[in-house]
Write a protein that binds this ligand. Structure first.
Ligand SMILES: [Zn+2]
Length: 271
């Protein structure tokens, strides 16, 4: 009876008091909403937050991790934890996890990119500042410089798409492109070594950049759509090549593996 009462009381108090990790998240959220913490500000240390909120340091750590995953804060090695400044960015982990769970197909990913990035390229042509187009030019130049280094090329490819998205000057679109491009980066990193079209790809990016710089929204959209179509084809070829090599490597391993019967570990009689 007393146990039951205690349980009811515990449930009631659980309703009133959310778990410590949630309390820390809520606390920081209120500080941000009240403008007591603004972009670029440093957060109190883990120990100070734990003391102030009367929770364990591990609760504070868990709260900070979830805020970091949401792109609200960022920790810098040796310097502390800061409120994210610059355009909002979402860590791609939640989406990456969904991708692993549901197995986003290549077609689905490129369809999403098409819907997002073709429109974003048009907006960027209408709105990008001189500084933003200069950042795009830099990424295009870095792509041409990295033709012999596919993994580095891929880094600049992804950054180019982010600078185009930044040029839309719509932080929602920029955050969405950031998320999908990170996911694609993770996916393509495994196959980029098989890439065959890097020069052609760099040319396509230059065409998009030039259209944006001219303020030609229609051409920017057309060039982006064309680029995504070619990129999807390229990824399909890379996937096929990677799969063939993997199958060949497995066949070699199988051929080399000794036959179980010859290993002498196969039980032929039962005790
Ligand atoms: Zn690209």
């Amino acid at each position: 009876m007393r146990v039951a009462t205690r349980r009811v009381a515990a449930r009631a108090s659980a309703r009133k008091d959310p778990p410590p990790t949630h309390r820390v998240v809520r606390h920081i959220r209120r500080l941000i909403e009240g403008r007591r913490l603004t972009p670029g500000d440093r957060l109190p240390t883990e120990r100070d937050l734990a003391r102030e909120m009367k929770v364990s340091r591990s609760s504070v750590r868990a709260a900070l991790q979830s805020l970091a995953a949401m792109g609200v804060i960022r920790s810098r090695q040796g310097a502390g934890t800061f409120i994210q400044d610059g355009p909002p960015s979402l860590d791609s982990q939640p989406l990456g996890l969904l991708a692993a769970l549901h197995g986003f197909s290549r077609e689905e990913m490129f369809e999403a990119r098409g819907v997002l990035e073709v429109g974003v390229a048009g907006l960027s042509a209408q709105r990008a500042s001189g500084e933003q187009t200069a950042a795009m030019a830099e990424e295009v130049a870095s792509m041409f410089a990295a033709l012999g280094d596919p993994p580095l090329f891929l880094v600049h490819d992804v950054r180019f798409h982010r600078t185009v998205a930044a040029g839309s000057n719509n932080p929602v679109l920029a955050a969405l492109v950031e998320m999908t491009s990170t996911l694609l980066y993770e996916r393509r990193r495994a196959t980029i070594e098989h890439a065959k079209d890097l020069r052609e790809s760099a040319e396509m990016h230059r065409r998009i950049y030039l259209a944006i710089r001219r303020g030609d929204a229609e051409e920017a959209r057309t060039a982006m759509a064309e680029h995504l179509r070619l990129a999807e084809e390229a990824l399909a070829v890379e996937d096929a090549l990677a799969a063939t090599r993997e199958a060949a490597a497995k066949a070699v391993t199988r051929a080399r593996r000794p036959h179980p019967a010859r290993k002498g570990t196969w039980p032929t009689t039962r005790p």
